[in-house]
Every structure is written in structure tokens, then in C-alpha cells.
Design a protein around this ligand. Sequence first.
Ligand code: ATP
Ligand code: MG
Length: 243
Amino acid sequence: MKTLAVMSRKGGAGKTTVAVNLTLAARAAGVKAVLADADPLRSACEVLREREEAASLLFETGAAKLFALTEACRRSGAELLIIDTPAAPEADVAEAVKVADLCLAVSRPTYLDLAAAVRSVAIIQRLGREGVVALNQCAPRRNGVEPPQVLKAFEALRFAGLPVAGTALRSRVVYQTAFAQRRSVLEIEGADRASDEVRALFAEVWKRLSGEKPAPVRTANDDLGRPWMAARPAGLTFVQPPA
Ligand SMILES: Nc1ncnc2c1ncn2[C@@H]1O[C@H](COP(=O)(O)OP(=O)(O)OP(=O)(O)O)[C@@H](O)[C@H]1O
Ligand SMILES: [Mg+2]
């Protein structure tokens, strides 16, 4: 079993959005994924607890219980455990980092979020874990052109020497409406672009977790318009959610 901790020291960066969507994307791809909500605010539970499969999908937990929960999930045959963490305090988040094979630091492409991402990665590295930064709530490309703010964010992360996921999630209302319907964006009709970017981010994360060579750090000079979904997880087929 692989464990992914989704974290950010900034409130509202999109930890819960990323954690919930990745968990449901993993399950749609045939991976036995479960989500641990380690945030006392219980936002992930709020979204998922009324789903039919909630009992096999979702765990309420806390920092002190994470190690035991990880072992229980491993024994029960889960293939992927995703942990949604609170913004603070650091000691609680550190418990999630310690049990994680990979930490995903979520950051909006803003100065303060990026500064927080640098601090998150410092914690991850201090604890000897693997980390990658994923940008969320980025303005969409216009006519295939990446907005300057997003280019600058990739550039800032490159200068900080941080690994960064090639897939940036865009700011799209469907991320909010999907939660209101207790769903991931993959389960919303017509949300093709959001679904594609979530699948692409899952593919990148899964590739790193599966021990394949990590994707190189991306830079602003790279072609950010590349269709990332060319690299789906080996042997996995994405199934269409029911209409
Ligand atoms: N890519 C996106 N596009 C549009 N809205 C988004 C996106 N990502 C997150 N949001 C919205 O931003 C708000 C904060 O997101 P979310 O709750 O996922 O952040 P968080 O980091 O988990 O926050 P907290 O620190 O409170 O746990 C929510 O209303 C969510 O729907
Ligand atoms: Mg949250």
C-alpha cells in the first residue's frame, strides 16, 4: 500500500479538494483507494459521508491515530491511502508526513501560498520524505497560452529547487458544485477539462508512488500545454462515471 499526505500550511489552498478528487479518481481508475480525514474541521467527511460507499472509503482520524490507521488500511488490502491534513499546527501535519510515501504540497500560484509551499517542503525534507508541489486554483489557459501568474509560480518553484507536478489544477466553479453534490468532478457531466486535469494529476502522483522515475522538475520554458494524460498509470483503465 502507498500513502499520500495532502498538505499546505495555508488555509483554503485546496487540500480537501485535491484529496477528495484524487481519491475518487483513483477508485475510478480501479485502484483500491481510501481517504483519511485528519482535519478536525472534517471537510472531507462533510463531502463524502453520505455517499453509498462511505464506510469503505472514508475514515475520520487524528494525528495520534494515523500510524495505527495506516497499518489497518494496509492489512485490509487498500492500495492507496490519501490523508487530508489540517493547515496547522505543524506537529499534527508532521505525523501525516511521517507515515507518507509521498507528500503533495498544494499551493495557489500566489506569493504567500508559494512561500508556505517552500516551508511545507522544508518540513517534508527534514523528515526525510518525498515531496512534490501541486498548483491549484490557477487561471485557465487562454487560447493555449499559460497565464503569466502561473508561469511565474512554476518559475518560483524551480528557483526554490522544488519538484513540481506538471499538472496544475485550474480555478473552475465545477470543483465547488461537485462538492455540493457529494461528488468528484469526474462524476459531473460536462466537466471534461476538470476531470482530465484531476486524472492527469492522479497519473503523475501514482507514477511517483509506484516507484517509477519521477518526472523532471518542470520549468517555465517547458511546454506547459503538453497533454499530460499521455502518461496514464500502467495497466489502469479509467472507467466513465455513471451519467
Ligand atoms: N481548483 C479550484 N477551483 C475552484 N474552487 C476551488 C478549487 N480548489 C478549491 N476550491 C474552493 O476553495 C475553497 C477551499 O478549498 P479546500 O477546502 O479544498 O481547501 P483546504 O486547503 O482544504 O482548506 P482548509 O485549510 O480549510 O482545510 C473551497 O470552497 C473549494 O471549493
Ligand atoms: Mg481542508
